[in-house]
Design a protein around this ligand. Structure first.
Ligand code: ATP
Length: 353
């Protein structure tokens, strides 16, 4: 078993910044786990604390059944892949891949055999004699992965390993990395600020903000039922509509119209209504139980478009409309929520009700 356990982990830097704040987390054996959150929320610090590159100020870190809190990075049996790959520029691809085995004092012939075998599996057989500067970004990434795989670590720790790749290569690298991880079955923690990447790759996701975890769940859970309006706003390629509303007689009154209230709440309760633009159906004609507005900006997303309905003085409402069905700017439009897709949050940036 090589799950990862964090209990009450806090990391305060010497300057006084608390980057990770009393965090509890369990990553299961063999799981592909994404740490997601905005810049500065503490993702990299948390990963480095698991790796032993930072010492936790409080709390414990365990890998498998070992408490590794006080162990040096080399004793933790984890492999970390950094954003810039951190390859040794003066070494060949072969020596780069074999490096972790050299550290373990494996004899030269044996470590080269093993490095060639791993390199061949990652399509690097013809590049073994080159140096990192003579490789493309995607090839360098594969060398960094081969170096991580070669010593059979208990866990992989990835810090935004795809962020230096161009958009197209990034997509194929996602699939490749996911398949590699699944085939090897190695527990993996993957740091990203890209919610689409986390949704596409991870078995489970932790959404972090200000050193704390706001939600842990499967991609379906964090996308479909975000636990707070922060998570709701952060997840999704088009941000969730978060609209002020008041409950009156079992209905929600919003600036753009009224909707049935999906929960039994007393009159005058103020809430934030969360509805994904994908879960609204657009109508050019007036309909009941809908949000109405004037068509503003229409953004083309590819096979669909994001239509913005402007409402007087309140937040606009985004609706995803199929390609070819986009309305004319300036016309009146209505957006009807799909059944079961209206979420309610406590007013003022609160939790799911
Ligand atoms: P990004 O996505 O921008 O890399 P992150 O979520 O990985 O951000 P961290 O790099 O962990 O965030 O930083 C968390 C907080 O800790 C930030 O406020 C950052 O300024 C601070 N911090 C990071 N490293 C240090 C350091 N060595 N000394 C002092 N403060 C630090």
């Amino acid at each position: 078993m090589a799950g990862i356990g964090l209990s009450g982990v806090t990391k305060t830097y010497p300057g006084g910044v608390t980057a990770v704040d009393g965090l509890d987390l369990t990553v299961h054996d063999g799981e592909f786990f994404a740490l997601l959150g905005p810049s500065g929320c503490g993702k990299t610090t948390l990963l480095r604390t698991i790796a032993g590159l930072e010492q936790a100020s409080a709390g414990t870190v365990s890998i498998g059944d070992r408490d590794v809190t006080r162990l040096a990075p080399g004793q933790r049996d984890v492999a970390m892949v950094f954003q810039d790959y951190a390859l040794f520029p003066h070494m060949t691809v072969l020596d780069n891949i074999a490096y972790p085995l050299r550290v373990k004092r494996i004899p030269r012939a044996a470590r080269h055999d093993r490095a060639r075998e791993v390199g061949a599996g990652l399509d690097l057989a013809d590049l073994m004699a080159r140096r990192p500067a003579e490789l493309s970004g995607g090839q360098q990434q594969r060398v960094a992965l081969a170096r991580a795989v070669v010593a059979h670590p208990k866990a992989f720790l990835f810090d935004e390993p795809l962020s230096n790749l161009d958009a197209r290569l990034r997509l194929s690298a996602r699939t490749f990395l996911k398949r590699l991880q699944r085939d090897l079955g190695i527990t993996t923690v993957f740091v990203t600020h890209d919610q689409a990447e986390a949704l596409a790759m991870a078995d489970r996701i932790a959404v972090m903000d200000a050193g704390r975890i706001r939600q842990v769940g499967t991609p379906r859970e964090v996308f479909g039922r975000p636990a707070t309006s922060f998570v709701a706003h952060f997840i999704g390629s088009t941000p969730m509509n978060l609209l002020d509303a008041t409950v009156t007689g079992g209905r929600l009154t919003l600036a753009a119209g009224t909707l049935p209230c999906p929960a039994d709440l007393p009159d005058d309760t103020r809430v934030t209504v969360g509805i994904r633009p994908e879960y609204l159906t657009y109508s050019k004609d007036p309909v009941e139980d809908a949000l109405a507005g004037t068509v503003g900006i229409v953004e083309h997303l590819g096979s669909s478009s994001l239509v913005t309905l402007e409402t007087d003085g309140a937040a606009p409402v985004g609706v995803v409309v199929e390609e070819g069905a986009e309305p004319e700017p300036g016309t009146r439009g209505w957006a009807v929520p799909r059944p079961g897709r209206v979420l309610l949050y406590r007013a003022g940036g609160g939790d799911l009700l």
